[in-house]
Design a protein around this ligand. Sequence first.
Ligand code: HEM
Length: 85
Amino acid sequence: MSSVFDSPDEFRLDRPRSELGRHVAFGWGIHFCIGAPLARLETRVVIEAVLERWPYIEFAGDAVRNDSFVLHGLTHLPLTVRRQP
Ligand code: HEM
């Protein structure tokens, strides 16, 4: 258990609403990202479009993180996507 989020390294779509407003991916305070609503909309559209085409998605290897302190993220995320189970 971290001091802010339970299992912070896990990507979980079922996090409680009480946790959702406490992340700082879009910054904080006076310089909070002005593009956050657009970024959220784009993310929703992409996830819905992918799941509509390939509802069955599984890991196909290990995720690889980048080394950047500035922009934290993954360089590789091997997946297998299927239309049917
Ligand atoms: C997933 C996508 C995005 C992430 C993770 C993100 C993240 C951030 C973060 C962390 C900041 C704060 C930087 C700071 O405090 O110095 C920021 C600021 C900003 N973002 Fe985004 N951003 C995203 C998408 C966008 C988009 C789509 C736009 C424009 C269409 C945008 C425009 C801006 C602008 C103009 C600022 C500066 C706001 C200010 O300083 O008052 N961002 N963003």
